[in-house]
Design a protein around this ligand. Sequence first.
Ligand SMILES: [Mn+2]
Length: 412
Amino acid sequence: MLPHDLRHGRRSTRRAGLAAAVPTGARRHHPDFDALNGRGWKAAQAEGELGDTAWRRELEWAKEMGLPGSGSLDDRDIPTFARGELPHFAGINTFLKAPYVENVRDVAHYDAAVLGVPFDGGTTYRPGTRFGPQGMRRISALYTPYNYELGVDLREQMTLCDAGDVFTIPANIEKSFDQITRGVGHVSGTGALPIILGGDHSIGFPCVRGIAANTSKRIGIIHFDRHLDIQAKDLDERMHTTPWYWATELDNVPATNLVQLGIGGWQVPRPGVEEARRRRTNVLTMADIEELGVDRTAEIALELAWQDADAVYVSFDIDSVDCGFVPGTGWPEPGGFLPREALALLGKVCAPGICGLEIVEVSPPYDTSDITALLGTRVAVEALGSMVAHGTLGRHRAVLDKPAGWQAAVPE
Ligand SMILES: [Mn+2]
């Protein structure tokens, strides 16, 4: 029980010093956030600087497209048919309810384009990542385009579209690779930043091939994973254990600019280890990262990936996160990143700008309560948010010196 004078909001003036200086009734439950340099308070201030022009435009558009709402509604911005962001449980889900571009040539008009690569033919254990793009699109409906900590609103500060999915060929890895290279290469070639929703990790090679074909410049790769994924073949094919072997065979994607974060555990095939050693890729285990901390790890990763390189691609395997958080994945492994570590590190490595992002190995059939797909969604928005916050979205356009190169990368 509180002393009588505190219960009544009073403080005894017989106590000397500080207590006497506090105005009567003050409880000191609310610290001085300005003095504390509190991020929570600063973020609230930052929100006040964001405009709402795009949001207003969306409301007008929604009313126009969906007919004005019933006269009994007080909110005159609500249409009869749901269009745009609201309500979060309604509508046809593109990624983050971004506009669907039916004609894929129109991706050229956007800063970034989400595209799905529903392919799991490279899977060596649990399948199901062909449903990854749909799973991430579905749960992305939960999100607003605004992030509190970053003080960023993607709707106001950039343009995003959903280009739909690449037409993959379920029983044929090589034909699917060619389709993926053309699809990713097309998006990249228009200057829109490709945000790729996988799919198993075998797609890493054709995705990078599509981007690399659009430039003569060198591309580095920052790769979040528990697995090295750099052996030549697995089960006699170019499976999801092999993307970096083939990507780093490309002329402008040197293995020495491949940074592999979070590697470890009991699922790393030894043929891949031999290859990583031979090619001198840069491997940091979870223990390394724990010891270095997120800030130092990001510095090292950026230094190595960008060394004599002109652009950096990010590959995020969802199984880099501890399997307790991502049950819906092909090769779950304990001991990986905590979600908040992975997201913080991702934000930092994306800050200077990237030339593409893939989120792979999300397998909705094995998921629980959409939590794996939700984290996959978060990876996409976190990367975009970081680039918007740092003013680096679109930086990759400077290296696209042969924007139709993708057409030559695979046979017609
Ligand atoms: Mn993996």
